[in-house]
Design a protein around this ligand. Structure first.
Ligand code: UDP
Ligand code: MG
Length: 315
């Protein structure tokens, strides 16, 4: 039987670009050797994304979509896509064409050889990004690498995954799911291919500064408990330091220079309150993750799904 590919495309407020994206993707994938469908995941868009998708899916049988009841974030959208896809493999791709669709030829060719299970597209050049974005992404990747030993430098969500890998990824039930991390973590045979990030033609990036910071902290915390352990090491270090400080203070008292110790008091109060607050903060991050897990809420809620190829799934 002919193999089928599901291309999962998370979208958030992309009404302006959707029609153009679908036309471009279909044009550029005309000669794909396998059958494919486009599964859009509307991540609770506030513009006309839903209406546009509904319109496209009525005339274009290749297009299906699911729509969230609110914005749950791109990670949830990717997982919803994986859960609702029925292809023999899936490609995850952005809808702004920054992930060049023609790259899928190379991915599919590699997949069809049967020798690779995951094809990761890594960024050869990063396209137009602000210096701030570049620095934060570098910091995040270095921290991720040091804390979890996953090497995510220049990695992207643009990937092809075989069905068997998807099945394993979907078994990971944590609430904060980090797609790039999990797809490495499950193992299997990976192959990296380089691509140049195209520029976004319509609309603007959907990431805000606060969203990016939250994303980085969430992913580090779900993938590594080292920051938590570091607190104890840091605690020992601080205790050592304070023994020296106590020694010094007592000495000053004995030789009659007690008032001068005032500086030490200020420094130590500042230092210890800083340390304590930092440690509490780290513990708090993990506590909040445990809290999320215990609540066991779904990572997304569907408002509507329309599946053109498999009617049993639509409602
Ligand atoms: N996106 C999403 N939910 C969000 C933010 C973004 O589904 O909360 C989608 C967005 O519509 C796009 C993809 O994720 O298809 C990548 O987003 P964007 O182009 O804004 O990110 P950047 O290219 O700047 O990393
Ligand atoms: Mg983009």
């Amino acid at each position: 039987m002919e193999k089928k590919l599901t291309i999962i495309i998370p979208v958030f407020n992309e009404a302006k670009i959707l029609n153009y994206s679908v036309t471009e993707i279909e044009k550029r994938l005309e000669k794909l050797p396998v059958k494919y469908e486009l599964l859009f995941v509307d991540d609770g868009s506030k513009d006309d994304t839903y209406k546009v998708l509904d319109g496209i899916s009525q005339t274009n049988k290749r297009v299906s979509f699911i729509s969230f009841s609110r914005n749950f974030g791109k990670e949830s959208a990717v997982f919803a896509g994986l859960e609702n896809a029925d292809g023999d493999a899936c490609v995850i791709m952005d809808c702004d064409l920054q992930h060049p669709p023609e790259f899928i030829y190379q991915m599919v060719d590699l997949w069809l050889t049967g020798e690779v299970d995951v094809i990761d597209a890594v960024k050869a050049t990063r396209g137009k990004e602000s210096i701030f974005y570049k620095i934060s992404s570098l910091t995040f990747n270095v921290m991720m690498n040091k804390l979890t030993s996953l090497n995510l430098k220049d990695s992207s969500d643009f990937k092809l995954l075989d069905k068997k890998v998807i099945t394993e990824i979907l078994k990971c039930k944590e609430k904060t799911r980090f797609f790039r991390g999990l797809s490495e973590w499950v193992g299997f045979r990976h192959k990296k291919i380089e691509f140049n990030v195209a520029e976004r033609t319509v609309g603007t990036s959907k990431w805000s500064l606060t969203k990016l910071i939250k994303y980085s902290i969430d992913n580090i915390v779900t993938f590594s408990s080292i920051p938590l352990k570091l607190i104890s090491f840091f605690g020992f270090f601080v205790i050592f330091l304070s023994i020296a400080l106590i020694g010094q203070t007592v000495y000053m008292k004995l030789v009659g220079h007690a008032v001068e110790g005032f500086t030490t008091v200020i420094i130590s109060i500042a230092f210890f309150s800083g340390t304590i607050l930092l440690s509490l903060g780290v513990i708090g991050e993990y506590m909040s993750k445990i809290y999320e897990e215990i609540k066991g809420r779904p990572i997304y809620i569907l408002k509507k799904s329309k599946n053109n190829e498999n009617t049993s799934k639509s409602n």
